[in-house]
Write a protein that binds this ligand. Structure first.
Ligand SMILES: Cc1ncc(COP(=O)(O)O)c(C=O)c1O
Length: 387
């Protein structure tokens, strides 16, 4: 019989043991976590909309109208008016012809990649892509060639080597653990020149990048012809759960008919779908909130740079590389003791020896919050080095 306890001991010895922390308040700029009130610097709720009145009321209204739970998969009995409204809202917001909603961003990536990439296809995947893309590639029948992170020369070398009859380039737009942005115009040009299909995961870009938060295509001035397959989540800047793919009506029709993670799972609850649609509508009507987030990111990045904690400041995800797993753990504990919550990220989320603190900026943070967090971060890193 497998010895579970000894495997746990090995995880602890490698400083890779993980614990669940519990919030007893809604997600805002500050929260109570395991009984301690702290500033929150690790939420993906970039626009801080989890307690927004309008969005919450739309969720409650959907429960009153449709009850809880959807009672079946989308293709059987689970498809309700809120799901159709959500897909229309996603397509409108992302500027695509159509959209298809999934239960999560994870299932969207896994389903879309495995459905599109048949056995003769080659998937060119960035080395730092999210686990859901990696798992989608594992499930796909085609071959996966991993190119060095954001390295167009390496990508081109691999494209020329494989010369696939059918090929896909797949990338996060904002990389989830590093916060930098994919070189989408270059990727689109390579895809065009070599007859490949570009697929972009806009999980951390939706509601975040572009003048009105429409995501990476708006940021770079690209169209859905440049990027025919866009996926994303409804659980970050959009304050709900669920995922989506958007693009042409034909793409969505194909995915609806072939993606196993769409077909073989219960539909999201109607209130979840209604909350997501309301979140999108709210963001579309409040571009000033997106600007506030972008201003906060620039302010925080400048503050850190003044302290010698260089960061690219391309997105709300601010990685502070520590390297050693044990030291990163100590830095996160010291930061928490000072009243700022930003956990350390370790293997297997990032490579071994690349442990880091991953801070995220929210639109709801005040300038005082950002100054305080920067100050505490400097002190926590110094304390972890001294230990
Ligand atoms: C880049 C990226 N893609 C997809 C996902 C999965 O989205 P979800 O949490 O909705 O499953 C995440 C994170 O959760 C992510 O960071």
């Amino acid at each position: 019989m497998d010895n579970f306890a000894s495997r746990i001991d090995a995880i602890k010895a490698a400083h890779l043991y993980r614990v669940l922390r519990t919030l007893s308040t809604p997600q805002g700029r500050d929260v109570v976590i395991d009984g301690q009130r702290v500033l929150l610097f690790s939420s993906n709720s970039y626009l801080g909309l989890n307690t927004n009145d309008y969005i919450c009321r739309e969720g409650i209204r959907a429960i009153e109208e449709f009850g809880v739970g959807s009672g079946g998969s989308r293709l059987v009995t689970g498809n309700m008016t809120p799901h159709m409204r959500l897909e229309a809202a996603v397509a409108r917001f992302k500027g695509s012809e159509a959209a298809l909603a999934f239960t999560s961003g994870y299932t969207a990536n896994v389903g879309v990649i495995s459905a599109l990439c048949h056995k003769d296809a080659v998937i060119f995947s960035d080395a730092l892509n999210h686990a859901s893309i990696i798992d989608g590639c594992r499930l796909a029948r085609g071959l996966t060639a991993v190119y060095a992170h954001n390295d167009m020369d390496d990508l081109l070398k691999k494209v020329r080597h494989f010369r696939p009859r059918q090929g896909f380039i797949v990338t996060d737009s904002v990389f989830s653990m590093d916060g930098d942005i994919a070189r989408l115009p270059d990727l689109a040009a390579i895809a065009r020149e070599h007859g490949l299909t570009l697929m972009v995961d806009d999980a951390h870009a939706t509601g975040v990048l572009g003048a009105t938060g429409r995501g990476s295509l708006e940021h770079f001035g690209l169209s859905h012809e440049d990027v025919p397959v866009v996926t994303g989540t409804l659980s970050k800047a959009v304050p709900s759960e669920g995922g989506f793919v958007c693009g042409s009506a034909t793409l969505c029709e194909l995915i609806r008919n072939t993606a196993r993670s769409f077909i073989f799972t219960t539909a999201p609850s109607p209130s979840t779908a209604a909350t997501a649609a309301a979140g999108i509508a709210y963001i579309a009507a409040h571009p000033e909130l997106v600007r506030q987030l972008q201003d906060n990111v620039a302010y925080f990045a400048q503050n850190l740079a003044r302290r010698g904690l260089g960061t690219h400041g391309q997105s709300p995800i601010i990685p502070i590389l520590v390297g050693d797993e044990a030291r990163a753990g100590r830095a996160a504990e010291a930061l928490l003791a000072l009243g700022v919550f930003a956990p350390c990220i370790r293997y297997p989320t990032v490579p071994k020896g690349m442990a880091r603190l991953r801070l995220t900026v929210m639109a709801a943070h005040t300038r005082e919050d950002l100054d305080y967090a920067a100050d505490c971060l400097e002190r926590a890193l110094a304390a972890a080095r001294a230990d």
